[in-house]
Design a protein. Structure first.
Length: 225
């Protein structure tokens, strides 16, 4: 797969991700939701941390996490470029492209959204407000909107530790960028042998045992001949 095709995948994911986020941010109040189905809701939330709404270390942690993401994006791009140059498996390149796009998608929120938008508490946010945005650079919150509460149950009291609690599956709210990262990682896990196995077999040097077996087979063929 060429670098151009890979970057087209990245650009497409980014356009979809940002278009959805900007629409939600400028049309929904924080916490507002729409029931598409019983098991699928458009639910506007924001988070300061990692994928699927996880939190990390407050304000200082936010700076650390954003800085780490920027460094990670550089590493992922190098991995992508090297894989394309070495003509690795198209599945590997697609997976890295998805992870790369998802990482950039969420970093855009973290770096820029605090300066671009007003807050969304009790009202719909506006872009480029007169008084400035709701947060400094690198302190923006990531916009999430996809919520799939497929089922929820009350856990029986007799179950140790978790008895009596309410459980919802799937509870985290996420976005297009999170989905791209998850799909990319899933491709790497599910098709690991297909992506890496054949190449390893072709490029890995034979062990001494394998060389000995080859020599025995060759000698046998010579004797027969």
């Amino acid at each position: 797969m060429s670098l151009r095709k890979s970057l087209l995948i990245v650009l497409l994911i980014l356009l979809i991700d940002q278009a959805v986020k900007i629409y939600i941010k400028t049309h929904f109040r924080l916490g507002e939701h729409i029931d598409v189905f019983n098991w699928f809701k458009i639910y506007f939330v924001e988070n300061n941390g990692m994928a699927f709404g996880a939190e990390f270390g407050g304000k200082i942690g936010k700076y650390f996490l954003t800085g780490f993401r920027i460094v990670a994006i550089g590493g992922i791009f190098y991995w992508l470029y090297a894989s394309i140059k070495k003509k690795e498996s198209p599945l590997l390149i697609v997976a890295i492209s998805l992870i790369f796009a998802g990482a950039i998608g969420n970093i855009i929120d973290s770096v820029f959204y605090g300066r671009i938008f007003s807050d969304s508490f009790h009202h719909v946010a506006t872009a480029f407000p007169d008084g400035g945005g709701y947060a400094p650079w690198f302190q923006g919150r990531v916009v999430d909107m996809f919520y799939f509460p497929l089922f929820d149950v009350n856990i029986p009291q007799w179950i140790p530790l978790i008895g009596g609690k309410h459980f919802t599956f799937f509870e985290p709210v996420f976005n297009v960028a999170d989905s791209a990262i998850t799909i990319g990682v899933a491709i790497l896990l599910l098709f690991n042998k297909r992506i890496f196995g054949e190449k390893n077999q072709e490029t890995s040097p034979k062990s001494d045992f394998e060389k000995t077996i080859d020599e025995i087979v060759a000698d046998k063929d010579n004797l027969i001949a």
